[in-house]
Design a protein around this ligand. Structure first.
Ligand code: SAM
Length: 268
């Protein structure tokens, strides 16, 4: 089995647990969308939005409730099954879900969107950033934009268990080209499961260059010493985001980026 297939099998194992976790959070009105994303994304009402790697659809549903018409894509069939069930159970209609590998999406799906969106814990599962960036450009309308909020790759280089103790020790080389092989997946929204899975390190330069090569220019690239709960950190601030008190202002935990298609001019 290749590495992407192995990852798909691993993510399928988490689907039911994630569904139960997010359903409870929605029903109890506790599901919190990342306030950084909310602020930076702005008004998306009336827009069409393609949500890459949507998992069991929790964020797709929030984006739909913000007024966008959302298409969520994930390669794990069980994630899509539960994403559809979550939307149905919550009565959200302006969202649909497709099963598909982001790396093959240009071949299996047709459409153009005002916004392509990806967030927390998505990028490192993809083996080819150039293909990812081309896919984003392919699905964007010429006047659309791409928004990403994900783990800062410099943060990903550190041993997270040691960061919890205030110790900064590199565990995953920043420039590694080989994926990290793990025997466990998940743990942030449900119990972790035993499963081989692969995560590719990315660099800030690699991301920006891939997007630029694909014909996108960066409108902003922000770095934050905060992340969504479950993605790192040992304390929670008043806005619900996680951080390491001893590393506040010292270590970026996430980045956010907005990019737009480069406008071609005829030169006349
Ligand atoms: C940490 S979750 C992302 C959750 C995210 N915060 C969201 O928007 O809900 C990562 C997701 O990426 C999906 N994934 C990983 N590799 C993929 C690929 N090649 N194509 C499509 N989805 C993929 C997994 O199934 C998983 O649901």
């Amino acid at each position: 089995m290749n590495k992407v297939e192995q990852n798909k099998k691993a993510w399928n194992l988490l689907a039911e647990g994630h569904f139960n976790h997010y359903k409870t959070q929605f029903v109890e009105d506790r599901y919190q969308f990342n306030p950084i994303v909310l602020r930076e994304l702005g008004d998306i009402s009336g827009k069409t939005l393609l949500h890459l790697q949507c998992n069991t659809g929790a964020d797709s549903i929030v984006l739909a409730r913000m007024g966008a018409t959302v298409t969520g894509v994930d390669f794990a069939p069980d994630n899509i099954h539960y994403a559809r069930k979550l939307a149905e159970d919550l009565g959200v209609e302006n969202v649909r879900f497709l099963t598909g590998d982001v790396m093959e999406l240009m071949e299996i799906h047709a459409g153009k969107y005002d916004i392509v969106f990806t967030s927390d814990g998505a990028i490192g599962w993809l083996p080819d950033l150039n293909r990812w960036a081309k896919t984003i450009r392919h699905f964007l309308k010429d006047d659309g934009f791409f928004y990403a909020h994900d783990a800062h790759p410099f943060f990903l280089a550190f041993d997270e268990e040691k960061l919890n103790q205030g110790i900064t020790e590199i565990k995953y080389p920043y420039f590694s080209k080989e994926p990290d092989e793990d025997e466990q997946i998940g743990g942030y929204a449900s119990e972790a499961k035993e499963a081989k899975c692969y995560f590719w390190m990315y660099t800030m330069g690699g991301l920006v260059n891939a997007l630029s090569r694909a014909g996108l220019f960066i409108e902003f690239l922000n770095e934050h010493d905060r992340c969504a709960p479950g993605m790192g950190g040992s304390a929670t601030d008043e806005s619900g985001l996680s951080y390491y008190p001893s590393l506040e202002g010292a270590l970026p935990l996430t980045f956010s980026l907005k990019a737009r298609p480069v406008r071609r001019t005829t030169g006349r």
